[in-house]
Design a protein around this ligand. Sequence first.
Ligand code: SF4
Length: 304
Amino acid sequence: MRTGQLIERPSWLKKRLIYNGALADTRKILSEGGINTVCASSVCPNQNECFANSQATFLLLGEKCTRSCAFCNCGNSSAGLNLPYDPPDPSEPERILSAVKKLGLRYVVLTSVTRDDLADGGAGQFAATIRVVKSYSDKIKVEVLTPDFKGDERSVGTVAEAGADVFAHNIETVESLYSRVRPGADYGRSLKLLKYVKKIKPSQLTKASIMVGLGEDEVSVLRTIKDIAGTGCDILTIGQYLSPGPDNAPVAKYVTPQEFERYKEAALRTGLKHVAAGPFVRSSYLAETAYKNARKGTVRYDRS
Ligand code: SF4
């Protein structure tokens, strides 16, 4: 039974919708380009705002995920039998570039479903897309949010060496909830990935995100923040988990803005360069701002 539905959303989780020409244009460009977004797949609460500002996060490698994370809408459980998985589409990097041009993006965020069925986990498709965008204009900043590649350092290296400006990998939740929320993943492996990127590419900014409201306690959140900072990570985002569908984990708690503020202050004390924490914060939300602040090395209390 989906008990999370029984918790009424608090007042701070209401957002005003925006309707403008850019919103319709963004939808049209994505649809005509046959481009998937995590904005739509994850039922992101910021979709209206981001699309109205011509922002979107591109989802590479199809919509079928090889894992079944309880928080995610792309998994096997929600999509039924996902087989067969589509092979990487060689036209995808150019289709993404075409959308980047039409949307006029200066900051591009690329992510993907987890593709454990592919020998490289899809790393080659990330690298190809980064290169296509960067070869069009080196002024465009690229952020990648990757799966864990089952810890394969060659795959991580393939992406890290392709020239993105930010390498993000989400820790998602506290270690004790991994078996329930993120069963195909491993907490230590994900931390190791972030550390490895810093080791092989020290100039590349790294970024991680966690969700709260899945049933974790405050001590575990603070420990997770410390563990992420311990990898040398530059940017951290902390947001409220919102259940995307009836097959997903229910919301255990709506974290208050005051609690988010406490997490943010604790995170900034660990030396992270930029921290965004708040009910609507997502990994890619205001990603360019996070990048710029982290690049400057300035610490900023982002109240979003
Ligand atoms: S916050 Fe990220 S995932 Fe959500 S709509 Fe904006 S760009 Fe898409």
